[in-house]
Design a protein around this ligand. Structure first.
Ligand code: NDP
Ligand code: BG6
Length: 515
C-alpha cells in the first residue's frame, strides 16, 4: 500500500481460519457432543469427499472437542475394516508426514461403524443407543446425518433415522445430496415425502459449488467493491458465460449418469446457482433468508427456455497419441444406444430491468479438452473509442472481460487494453491479475469442508431452499421433457475435444464467442 493507505494488511500467511476467525466461541462450540452419521459410508462420495473433509476440519481444530463419526451402511465391515477403508483417502495437505500420521490415527479412532438397513427403524435405533451411551455425560448431544446414498432411498432413511435416531437433547440436522428430483413433479413428490419426516429447519440441501472459494467470493466482489456493481447490468455487460468442463468421461458412474444427463447433473444445480448469485439484486443483509430471497426472485425472472436455445452433445471414442479413450456408449454401465447428453450449452435470459436482453450462456460437458470451471463477463464496446484505428488491436474484439476462474488455479482477472510501453503508440490486451496462489499462501479448503462446518454451525447461507429448487426445476423441466419425448439425438463430439460445433452456432446467434 502507499503512504496514505489506512487499511491494515491482512496476514496472508496466517494459518487457515481457526474457530475465533470463523466467529465461533470455543467454549460454546465445545459444550455439546456432536455425532456425525455418514449414511452410505461404504460409497464413493463418502470416501472421496466426506471423510477427507471431516479429517481436514479435525486437523484444523474446527470440530467440536466431543465429536464422533459413525459410518452407516448395509455392507458388513468390522470397525477396523471400516477405518482402513477410509484411511487411504485421507490426505495430509496441511502438515508434514509424521505429525499428520499421528493426527490421522487420532481421527480414525473416533470413527465407528454401524451396519444397518436403510428402512429399518430398529437398526437406526441400535445406532441411537450406541450414540447415547457414548454421549451420555453431556447435557446436550447434537446429531448430523449426511445422506450419501442414492436419491431413491432418501425418504426411507429420513423416515427411519428421524423415528429411530433423533437426538432428544440437541439438534438433529440432515444433509441431503443432489439430485433432488429429476423434474418438477418428482421434485414435489420427494420434497413432500421428506417434509413428513423433517422440518425445513433440519434440512440442509447441498450444492457443493456454493462451497467453492470463488463462488462464496462472488457476493464479496459485487457488494464490497465500488467498481463492479455500477457496471453489473445490461448497460455495460454484453454477455455472461458460465463454463464447466471436465477432461474425463463418466468412468465408473455411467449407471448413475445415464438416468440424469449433464443438464440435471450440472446445469440445473451448479451452473444455475452461480447465475443466481451473479445476477441477483443486492440482498437486505447477509442473513441466509435475505440472500435466498434474492436468489429465488432472480430465478423466477428467468425466461422459459426454448429448444432453439439448447444444444446437446455426447462424447464418442477417440484415440489421441496412441491412447484410446472410450466413448460414452462404450461404458459398460451405460445402456446400448443411449441418447443421454454428456454435454449441453444453453442460452438463458432474465426478464428483469437489470438483465433484459443479456444472454447468459451456460456450457457444461464431460470428456472435453480440459478441466476447468469459470465465469466470463464480456463488457460492451467503448463508445466512440478514440483508439479504434490505432495499430495493433482489433477493438471490436478487445473489449474488457472479467474472468472468475473457479478452478483450477483459482483467479480473478480483468482484461484491459493497455499501451505497449515505449515510443510510438501500440495497444495490447493485458490482464489485471489476481491469481490466488501468488497472492495467498494457504491451500484453499475443499467445498465440503466449508459446507459441513456450516451445517454444524447451523448456517444456511450456502444451502438450497426448497423454493429455489422449485423455481430451478420449473425452468428446466420443459426442455428436459422435450428432449426426452422427441428423443432428440445429441451431436457427437470426440473425447478430449472442445465439444459439438452446435455450441458455437448457438453463441454466434447472439453475437458471442466462447471465451
Ligand atoms: P454410491 O452409489 O456409491 O452409493 C452409496 C452407498 O449407498 C453404497 O455404498 C451402498 O452402500 C448404498 N447403495 C447403493 N445403491 C443402493 C441401492 N440401490 N439401494 C440401497 N443402497 C444402495 O453413491 P455415491 O457415494 O456416488 O453418491 C451418494 C450421493 O451423493 C448420491 O445422492 C449422489 O447423487 C450424490 N453425489 C455423488 C457424487 C460423487 O462424486 N460420487 C457427487 C455429487 C453428488 P451399502 O450397499 O453398503 O449399503
Ligand atoms: C457433481 C457431478 O455434482 O459435480 C459430477 O455429479 C461432477 O458429475 C462433479 O463431476 C464436479 O465437481 P467438482 O467439484 O469436481 O468440479
Amino acid at each position: 500500500g502507499g503512504s496514505g493507505a489506512s487499511v491494515p494488511e491482512v496476514d496472508r500467511n496466517a494459518k487457515i481460519p481457526n474457530l475465533q476467525a470463523y466467529g465461533l466461541e470455543p467454549e460454546n462450540w465445545n459444550k455439546a457432543a456432536l455425532s456425525i452419521v455418514v449414511v452410505g459410508a461404504s460409497g464413493d462420495l463418502a470416501k472421496k469427499k466426506i471423510f477427507p473433509s471431516l479429517f481436514a476440519l479435525y486437523h484444523d481444530g474446527m470440530l467440536p472437542k466431543n465429536f464422533t463419526i459413525y459410518g452407516y451402511a448395509r455392507s458388513k465391515m468390522s470397525e477396523e475394516e471400516f477405518r482402513s477403508s477410509i484411511e487411504g483417502s485421507l490426505g495430509c495437505r496441511l502438515a508434514d508426514g509424521a505429525k499428520c500420521e499421528e493426527t490421522m490415527g487420532n481421527f480414525l479412532s473416533t470413527c465407528r461403524y454401524q451396519q444397518g438397513q436403510y428402512k429399518s427403524v430398529d437398526d437406526f435405533g441400535k445406532l441411537s443407543k450406541r450414540i447415547a451411551e457414548h454421549d451420555g455425560g453431556h447435557e446436550r448431544a447434537n446429531r448430523i446425518f449426511y445422506l450419501s446414498i442414492p436419491p431413491s432411498i432418501f425418504t426411507d432413511v429420513a423416515a427411519a433415522a428421524s423415528e429411530g435416531c433423533s437426538s432428544d437433547s440437541g439438534f438433529t440436522r440432515v444433509i441431503v445430496e443432489k439430485p433432488f428430483g429429476r423434474d418438477s413433479e418428482s421434485f414435489q413428490e420427494l420434497s413432500q415425502a421428506l417434509s413428513r419426516h423433517l422440518t425445513e429447519d433440519q434440512m440442509f440441501r447441498i450444492d457443493h459449488y456454493l462451497g467453492k472459494e470463488l463462488i462464496e467470493n462472488l457476493t464479496v466482489l459485487r457488494f464490497a467493491n465500488l467498481v463492479f456493481e455500477p457496471l453489473w447490468s445490461r448497460n455495460y455487460i454484453r454477455n455472461v458465460q458460465v463454463i464447466f468442463s471436465e477432461d474425463f468421461g463418466t468412468e465408473g458412474r455411467g449407471g448413475y449418469f445415464d438416468n440424469y444427463g449433464i443438464i440435471r447433473d450440472v446445469l440445473q444445480n451448479h451452473l444455475l446457482q452461480i447465475v443466481a448469485l451473479f445476477a441477483m439484486e443486492p440482498p437486505v443483509s447477509l442473513e441466509a433468508e435475505d440472500i435466498r430471497n434474492e436468489k429465488v426472485k432472480v430465478l423466477r425472472c428467468m425466461k422459459t427456455m426454448s429448444m432453439d436455445d439448447v444444444v446437446v452433445g455426447q462424447y464418442r471414442a477417440r484415440s489421441i497419441g496412441g491412447e484410446h479413450h472410450p466413448g460414452y456408449l462404450d461404458d459398460e454401465t451405460v445402456p446400448a444406444g443411449s441418447i443421454c447428453p454428456t454435454f449441453a450449452a444453453i442460452a438463458l435470459f432474465i426478464n428483469n430491468a437489470r438483465w433484459d436482453g443479456v444472454p447468459f450462456l451456460l456450457k457444461a460437458g464431460k470428456a472435453l479438452h480440459s478441466r476447468h470451471a469459470e465465469i466470463r463477463v464480456q463488457f460492451r464496446h467503448v463508445p466512440g473509442n478514440l483508439y479504434r484505428n490505432k495499430m495493433g488491436l482489433d477493438l471490436d474484439r478487445a473489449t474488457n472481460e472479467l474472468v472468475i476462474r473457479i478452478q483450477p488455479n483459482e483467479a480473478i482477472y480483468l482484461k484491459v487494453n493497455n499501451k505497449v510501453p515505449g515510443l510510438g503508440l501500440k495497444l495490447d490486451v493485458t490482464k489485471l491479475d489476481l491469481t490466488y496462489k501468488s497472492r495467498y499462501n494457504n491451500p484453499l479448503p475443499d467445498a465440503y469442508e466449508r459446507l459441513i462446518l456450516d451445517v454444524i454451525n447451523g448456517d444456511k447461507r450456502l444451502f438450497i431452499r426448497n423454493d429455489e429448487l422449485e423455481a430451478a426445476w420449473s425452468l428446466f423441466t420443459p426442455i428436459l421433457k422435450e428432449i426426452e419425448e422427441k428423443q432428440i439425438s445429441p451431436e457427437l463430439y470426440p473425447y478430449g475435444s472442445r465439444g459439438p460445433v452446435g455450441a458455437h452456432y448457438l453463441a454466434a446467434k447472439y453475437g458471442v464467442r466462447w471465451g
